[in-house]
Design a protein around this ligand. Structure first.
Ligand code: GLU
Length: 551
């Protein structure tokens, strides 16, 4: 067989050679151990936790080593492409602060000198490599139809032998030029397959940077590298791309482990040195007493939209994921307060091999600590950004009352023991709505929430006395002393102990008086520190609320 002639017959217009592209994309000038990593989503759906997890690990390893992290879009399967999926990937990376140095920015733009970074824009490049494989006799056209392949599979199943296109079942492997020419003249559609080495029973061994040494049977299938429409398969395209884009480390989900023999074979047959591999354990969750994979159907937390809509700050989720990558992160965090989680150096060796266990309670715990470190202005800004998409009424209130809102957010914040009641932005409203007059009034439509054991006459009497002694300029201590003095004068015990000893001597205890004031102001029996709440509300609003006609 004249392979050169065959190559020209099949790909007559392909003039460039692999060498041409090799010179077009020279080795990057980086320091010796710098890692070049990539995130390579297929735009067939929306971003999920596993993808962001892989992207974060890849980005961290590249940037920790002063290397390059790039975003490649693997869109060889046009049938499964979902509109908006590319933007969803780039927006998600941006939101999570996973910055890439090169790659696709949106459907129409990209940056970097090793592109194009979208596989559908690289068809000419793939064809050059396919042609060179054909010239070497390492790839050949196959004219089998789906039905032909199905038939073969049925026979193989009956014979209980390995199914697929291999060995003697690879019927077009040794077609003559005449046979090929005759199919081409008939216009029979064809794919290009790789001529896998004869089955040797050998195993491929790979030293995975997370899983350790892995040994798997060598691939014996003549895999398709170019589909009938001239578009390469993912397997083929990714090998060419990782080679030309200089990827040193492929970090991806362990669902790709079973493809590794094919990938290593491709690298070998193409004459490329393979990258290092790290296959990330799948994110699992506890379901009763057993672990299972997160499921798209059952677990909303698999989708990145869940975190957005619930209003988890992106930094909280990123911090949680770093925690999931390396469990010693928490120890580091305890001694490195108030610096970004990205200052922690992740390592693959310290990663659990068996499965990362997703735990929403841990995320919540991390998130409330993350929010506790934020100042009021940051809380205002991030909450407002969230509210613009998910609670327009609240966002309008925040915009109209910016200074007031910042005062509200500063209650029990920016101090040594900041409040930790916000886990995510969705929780914030219930803690702050009473500060806004309209929302406060709305809450009154269901009645006042004064404790049942305090008669309304007593509420009115306490509040009218309190207005007489209330002074906005009082600091916390004076404010409290004034409240206490009033309570004692009105016949309340100074504390629970005194009250419990002789309940018949008192109307109640000091905390009852505080509760009356608190409910009058907020219609809630629990709030943040009452003095701080009153300072934030301002004198006018406090007096207005205290002097309502309580019925
Ligand atoms: N495009 C593949 C995916 O959708 C990427 C596989 C890889 O990282 O090699 O997951």
């Amino acid at each position: 067989m004249d392979y050169l002639k065959l190559a020209d017959l099949l790909l007559p217009n392909v003039k460039e050679t692999p060498e041409y592209y090799r010179t077009l994309y020279p080795k990057r000038n980086l320091k010796p151990n710098a890692m070049i990593t990539r995130y390579a989503p297929s735009p067939t759906g929306f971003q999920h936790l596993g993808g962001v997890f892989a992207a974060l690990i890849s980005e961290r390893l590249a940037h920790q080593s002063e290397g390059i992290f790039y975003l490649r879009v693997e869109d060889t399967d046009k049938k499964r492409e979902v509109v908006g999926a590319i933007e969803d990937s780039t927006n998600t990376l941006r939101d999570f602060g996973i910055n890439f140095d090169e790659g696709v920015i949106d459907s129409n733009n990209e940056k970097g000198a090793y592109g194009p970074y979208k596989q559908s824009d690289r068809i000419n490049i793939y064809h050059a490599f396919v042609k060179s494989l054909i010239k070497k006799g390492l790839a050949y056209p196959c004219f089998c139809t789906e039905e032909d392949l199905d038939k073969t599979r049925t026979i193989q199943q009956e014979l209980k032998i390995n199914t697929g296109y291999h060995g003697k079942w690879a019927v077009h492997r040794n077609s003559t030029m005449d046979e090929i020419n005759s199919e081409l003249t008939k216009g029979t559609p064809y794919v290009i397959r790789l001529r896998a080495p004869e089955a040797s029973g050998k195993r491929v061994v790979c030293n995975d940077l997370i899983k350790g040494t892995i040994s798997m049977p060598e691939n014996d299938q003549d895999i398709v590298i170019l589909k009938t429409n001239g578009i390469p398969t993912y397997h083929f395209a990714h090998a060419i791309d990782d080679y030309l884009m200089g990827t040193t480390h492929v970090i991806r989900g362990e669902e790709w482990l079973s493809s590794l023999p094919i990938h290593l074979q491709l690298f070998e047959m193409l004459g490329f040195t393979p990258p290092h591999y790290a296959h990330i354990p799948t994110i699992m969750k506890m379901d009763g007493a057993s672990k299972r994979k997160l499921s798209k159907r059952k677990d909303p937390e698999i989708s990145m939209n869940f975190y957005k809509s619930e209003g988890y700050p992106f930094v909280s989720v990123a911090e949680y994921l770093v925690n999931l990558i390396n469990s010693d992160f928490q120890e580091w965090r305890d001694t490195h307060v108030n610096i970004p989680c990205t200052s922690f150096n992740i390592t693959l060796e310290n990663m659990s091999k068996s499965g990362a266990l997703f735990d929403i309670l841990k995320l919540n715990d991390i998130s409330k600590n993350v929010i506790a470190t934020m100042n009021a202005a940051t809380v205002y800004e991030l909450y407002l950004n969230w509210a613009k998409d998910y609670d327009v009424k609240m966002s309008n209130l925040l915009i109209e009352n910016e200074e007031y809102a910042k005062k509200i957010f500063n209650i029990e914040r920016e101090n040594d023991k900041p409040r930790k009641d916000f886990v995510k932005w969705l929780d914030v409203k219930e803690h702050i709505e009473y500060f806004f007059d309209d929302l406060y009034k709305d809450s009154l439509t269901k009645g006042y929430n004064f404790p049942d054991h305090i008669p309304m006459d007593e509420v009115r009497s306490v509040l009218s006395s309190y207005i007489g002694v209330y002074d906005y300029s009082h600091d916390n201590d004076t404010w409290f002393a004034t409240l206490k003095e009033l309570a004692l004068n009105l016949g309340y015990a100074k504390n629970a102990k005194t009250y419990k000893k002789n309940p018949e001597l008192f109307k109640g205890q000091l905390s009852d008086v505080a509760t009356i004031v608190r409910v009058a102001l907020s219609n809630k029996t629990q709030t943040q520190d009452l003095h701080e709440v009153m300072q934030a509300m301002g004198e006018k609003r406090v007096i207005e609320r205290l002097s309502q006609d309580f019925k």
